[in-house]
Design a protein. Sequence first.
Length: 230
Amino acid sequence: MTTKRQIKDLVQPLLERNADLVLVGHQRVWLRDVGSVGRMIRIDRTSRAHCCIVDWRIPIFFMPEAYSWECLGRCHDRLFRSKSSGGGQGWYWSDPTMAADFVTRVEADVIPLLRPLDTVRKRLDFVRTRPQFQGYLASTWHLIAAIAAGDLDAARAIWAKTDGWYRPGRIMDEPYHQLEYDRLCLIDEPLMADDRAGLAALLHRWEAENIVGSPLEPYWVAERFPLEDG
């Protein structure tokens, strides 16, 4: 099984070479400062004890879903071995070239992609305009992303398609769904009133509720949304 020690040893040279990277927990390396939209490299276990997978992700922390703080948003892509190593999907711990290749591939393929995304607007634009990096994104994801980007006409068009589903007082079948539902019920009034300050306050509150108390909190800096800049 992939262990914490293996991952720590794997990422240490990368951290030493890149001062803006930090390991949080034992599987995820984040670009600092971690803002309202994060940039993360994940080293994850597989069903095979002798290898792991590596990918990058751009989680959006102000989404209403009640996911774990590290899973919000689905913009991601896998990182593969260098062609000189065979270019396969697996990162095999027994391969003596794996550790050096990990640093090479992250510095060549991931950091140049993620590091320039140094504002909320750049990260939102990246996620919203690159479907090749997205998994399934529900309409509510596009709704909140449009609000944060300040594209309120698009947000209202998405909201109209919900056809009044989000009304306070409706009881969901599971607490997980209830939190998301109750949060979304708060959107209608400020969105219809073009209340940018009210919408921004909602998103900032959800972001804080998702991050405060998590291992990521010491590295988190709340940012202004494009919504707040007119």
